[in-house]
Design a protein around this ligand. Structure first.
Ligand code: DC
Length: 238
């Protein structure tokens, strides 16, 4: 009897949006890994642009030289390369691996300002859409299901209470030995929620066809099972 290999499953696009410190990247990375998809952290791209602004002097104190950034944004090469040690893609800026540098407090505290600029968003969205042409991709961010991939087959919008998100962040930072105050972290979480939701361009909001995942009371394992079930539900009917 002739053997037929299983038919390759049709690849889809998965958009994961939501509030900061909801564990979006961890879940997106894991999901991509378990279904053999590419993972793209869109926030890392805004962080890379912010790093460029800091290092090039475009950002000085609170002031952004928007005219210069507008001229230079088209020359920035932001891309991802697979890291064989972590098994996840690292972000590269103009040929240099900047994965570690973009996670510093200096970048974290200034990225919202850069991510709010319309021409920065237009440039990043165009690059994100180009990366998604082949499908088979999980991308996480704030505007993936609404602006970047409005036709994504699976859209998930993640939330949890600010207190739970602040607690997770507090535990993460104290485990790294950083002396932080819970109240300060909670205030920062709430401030970032406000900025993300009230930005004029690409604000954070749930797409009408996105499924809400409130992970306040879910364990990591419950969440993992829930995600795989959603993936199977969509791919089985594709
Ligand atoms: O997910 P993150 O914390 O690494 O995101 C960094 C910043 O970029 C944060 O201020 C939100 C912003 N961002 C955005 O505006 N749009 C996206 N698609 C992803 C992130």
């Amino acid at each position: 009897m002739q053997w037929h290999p299983p038919l390759p499953m049709k690849k889809i696009t998965i958009a994961i949006d939501g509030f900061s410190s909801c564990g979006k990247s961890t879940m997106a990375k894991e999901l991509a890994h378990s279904v053999g998809y590419i993972y793209i952290d869109s926030g890392a791209m805004y962080r890379a642009v912010t790093l460029y602004c800091i290092e090039s002097g475009i950002l000085q104190g609170e002031t952004v030289n928007t005219e210069r950034l507008r001229r230079e944004i088209g020359t920035l090469r932001v891309c991802f390369h697979f890291n064989p040690t972590t098994h996840h893609p690292d972000v590269w800026l103009n040929g240099i691996n900047v994965e570690e540098k973009i996670r510093t407090m200096d970048v974290s505290s200034r990225v919202s300002q850069i991510a709010a600029l319309d021409f920065v968003r237009a440039a990043m969205v165009a690059q994100q859409q180009a990366m998604g042409q082949e499908k088979g991709l999980v991308m996480d961010g704030r505007d993936i299901g609404t602006i970047v991939f409005p036709d994504a087959e699976l859209k998930i919008f993640v939330t949890a209470t600010p207190e739970v998100r602040a607690r997770r962040r507090y535990d993460e930072l104290t485990a790294k030995g950083q002396a932080v105050s819970f109240d300060e972290i909670l205030a920062n979480v709430k401030e970032r929620d406000y900025i993300d939701q009230h930005r004029a361009v690409g604000p954070l909001r749930q797409a009408a066809d996105a499924i809400l995942l409130d992970n306040t009371l879910l364990s990591v394992d419950q969440q993992r099972q829930w995600l795989i079930a959603q993936f199977k539900r969509v791919t089985d009917t594709e």
